[in-house]
Ligand binder design. Structure first.
Ligand SMILES: [Fe+2]
Length: 226
């Protein structure tokens, strides 16, 4: 099961999606605790969930503002992609400055850093990390095969892909990540880091293809259908 919480980040009118994913025994993961920890905790208690991990799709500040409180409250580890390490516990900017904030340095011991295609389990639900660099070097998606759900973070939204002009962003990486998603997860229901959820990955293809064709002279058809 998946529950979406659309949380306002620092009351700036900027919203990020936090997801609670849980099995029938209420074992749960919290994906991207964006902000407003009290709202996340209230929902966890209402649903009587037992949090096991936090999963991060990437380290940007608007996805982690409630992270410290959630770690403290539930004494759980944080899963992220290994390539995001320098943003989480090192010196790569997580865009805190964009929100007028000072970057938080997290404790490396709180993290379990995984490689592409490694699995996490909650009960009998397996969640696979899919490394999708581009928006940041350690951006990733999470795939739940049992429900054909793909958590896409800021890699893919309902009507565009994530920006590639931030620290550790790379447009070539993003294009390869998008090709990977369209080739392998086209029928999955997607749950992005912002805005609408529930459409299929393939439903985003026409607008993304058109955008890349006219901005980067790249035709995704040449790669996705080959
Ligand atoms: Fe982001």
């Amino acid at each position: 099961m998946i529950k979406k919480l659309e949380l306002e980040v620092k009351s700036f009118g900027h919203y990020t999606n936090t997801y609670l994913i849980y099995d029938e025994n209420k074992e749960a993961v919290i994906v991207d605790p964006a902000d407003k920890a009290e709202i996340i905790i209230t929902e966890i208690e209402k649903l009587e969930l037992k949090p096991k991990y936090v999963l991060l799709t990437h380290g940007h500040v608007d996805h982690v503002l409630a992270l410290e409180e959630i770690i403290k409250k539930y004494n759980i580890k944080v899963i992220a992609n290994i390539h995001e390490k320098d943003m989480l516990v090192g010196n790569v900017s997580n865009c805190s400055n964009v929100f007028g904030l000072t970057q938080n340095k997290y404790n490396p011991e709180d993290f379990i850093l995984l490689n592409n295609e490694e699995y996490i389990s909650i009960g009998d639900v397996k969640i696979q990390m899919i490394h999708t660099p581009g928006h940041s070097i350690g951006s990733c998606c999470y795939y739940i095969e049992k429900e054909n759900i793909l958590i896409t973070g800021d890699t893919l939204f309902s009507d565009c892909f994530g920006r590639c002009d931030l620290p550790s962003s790379n447009l070539d990486d993003m294009i390869n990540s998008l090709i990977k998603l369209y080739k392998n997860f086209s029928e999955a229901q997607m749950y992005p880091g912002h805005d609408n959820s529930g459409m299929k990955v393939i439903d985003t293809y026409p607008v993304v293809r058109r955008y890349l064709k006219y901005t980067s002279m790249i035709d995704l058809d040449d790669f996705v259908n080959s």
